[in-house]
Ligand binder design. Structure first.
Ligand SMILES: Cc1cc2nc3c(=O)[nH]c(=O)nc-3n(C[C@H](O)[C@H](O)[C@H](O)COP(=O)(O)OP(=O)(O)OC[C@H]3O[C@@H](n4cnc5c(N)ncnc54)[C@H](O)[C@@H]3O)c2cc1C
Length: 394
């Protein structure tokens, strides 16, 4: 098979890479996305669909774009605005107040709810509610629909997507990447975007750049459909998720299950954590006690050491942009794709200050950053207990 290269080659057909490709194609760039499985196979197709990230530098653009995305893309994402948060503890209410204050500083409205107001808005809530919050921002969309929408919209603009094509390396000349090597041949490029989720670190490493990303498993459960609530974006009790348009409750939420490396190829397995999720969902929605859990899945989330995105051009290979959103990439994707397109085409982002997303903030990162945060698997932790794993010790 012959597929020629492109002006911009993007590694990764998740929401970050696809959105970037679509924004680039909108501006007339010739784009090729290379995906090792199928688009949305990893976290992008398996997440909670939440779009409410007030602490991100991309928040304003995230909120501006989501309500327009169906029209801009020309395909449905099932986006629905607003979010109801249910408080079961004083700590929950403190967190809601903090989030509301951050959003208010950026011009977004929210209000606290009494237990009675929560129960009126959320028929599945129970007597254990102590309060809540209504965010007139945020919202949620269907991850699978959104991935497809980006992919189709990109192709409508002439962009190409090659699935089942694993990137294995890069060819460089004069400090620039000139071609991407894959298990299906080589593709020339003028610019490269690496948006490979948890695999970003390994691929950027091949270009001599250290990009710290740690993988963790996160799981979700799905119930039988229930009558539609007024606001499908309702959560709390350390759960995130939504009610689908069909009525299913789709929820996930911690703890992160740390992995030493992202599994390549295998479908990530679920664990007994799904029972814990079901128990917490029951506390959140006591009136849904009668419904059955019908499905569950796991996905791998990408995590940077400070939880902030990495969105930057590589200093040593300046025609390469590296991008990862650290666990909140679905909601940020309309904005992250636009930011990546800006970085590729003009070397800077005009609509958001990406200083906090630069790679050089990790220049002095301790090599043992994952151990220091206990972001390693239980197996690795057990085996390191008796052996000197730390490499930074004198
Ligand atoms: C259970 C769960 C719930 C979540 N809930 C939310 C939420 O509610 N809101 C939110 O904003 N975020 C949520 N997230 C996080 C969000 O899904 C991710 O941040 C986002 O999908 C990352 O998108 P991405 O495109 O950067 O990476 P990915 O989705 O990981 O995509 C990267 C792609 O690159 C491909 N790839 C990797 N290596 C190669 C290679 N060598 N060659 C070719 N292709 C390669 C992979 O196959 C993959 O398709 C959740 C994640 C999970 C797992």
């Amino acid at each position: 098979m012959t597929v020629k290269g492109a002006q911009v080659v993007i590694v990764g057909g998740g929401v970050t890479g696809l959105s970037a490709g679509w924004w680039l194609a909108r501006q007339g760039a010739e784009v090729l996305v290379l995906e090792k499985f199928i688009v949305g196979w990893e976290a992008s197709g398996r997440n909670g669909g939440g779009a409410s990230h007030s602490f991100s530098p991309l928040f304003l653009e995230e909120q501006r774009l989501w309500p327009q995305m169906d029209e801009l893309l020309g395909y449905p994402t099932e986006f629905q605005p607003c979010r109801v948060r249910i408080g079961l503890t004083d700590e929950n209410m403190t967190m809601f107040r903090r989030q509301m204050a951050i959003a208010a500083r950026q011009g977004f409205k929210a209000e606290l709810l009494t237990p009675q107001q929560v129960r009126e808005l959320v028929p599945l809530a129970g007597d254990n509610v102590i309060g809540g919050a209504f965010y007139h921002y945020g919202g949620h969309a269907n991850p699978q629909r959104t991935v497809q929408a980006y992919a189709w919209a990109l192709q409508d603009l002439g962009g190409r997507i090659l699935q089942h094509c694993r990137v294995t390396g890069f060819r460089s000349q004069g400090g620039r990447v000139t071609a991407v090597e894959t298990d299906r041949g080589e593709f020339g490029c003028d610019s490269l975007v690496i948006a490979a989720g948890p695999q970003l670190g390994e691929l950027a490493g091949q270009l001599g750049a250290e990009v710290p990303v740690a993988p963790a498993r996160a799981e979700m459960i799905v119930t039988e459909p229930l009558p539609l609530m007024k606001h499908g974006g309702t959560d709390g009790n350390a759960l995130y998720g939504r009610q689908t348009l069909r009525g299913n409750l789709v929820f996930g939420g911690g703890p992160h299950e740390w992995l030493d490396e992202a599994p390549v190829g295998a479908r990530p397995a679920t664990t007994p954590l799904t029972r814990n999720l079901a128990g917490r969902l029951l506390e959140l929605f006591p009136k849904a006690a009668h419904v059955r859990v019908i499905r569950s899945w796991a996905g791998i989330v990408e995590n940077t050491p400070d939880g902030r995105p990495i969105l930057d051009r590589l200093k040593t290979v300046p025609n390469t942009v590296v991008a990862t959103m650290s666990s909140i990439g679905f909601g940020l994707s309309p904005a992250s794709g636009r930011a990546i397109a800006d970085l590729v085409l003009q070397g800077r982002c005009d609509f958001a200050d990406l200083t906090s997303c630069r790679l050089d903030r990790f220049a002095n990162l301790d090599p043992d950053w994952r151990q220091d945060r206990s972001w390693i698997s239980p197996d690795a932790r057990a085996s390191s207990a008796g052996s000197p794993l730390r490499t930074s010790q004198p």
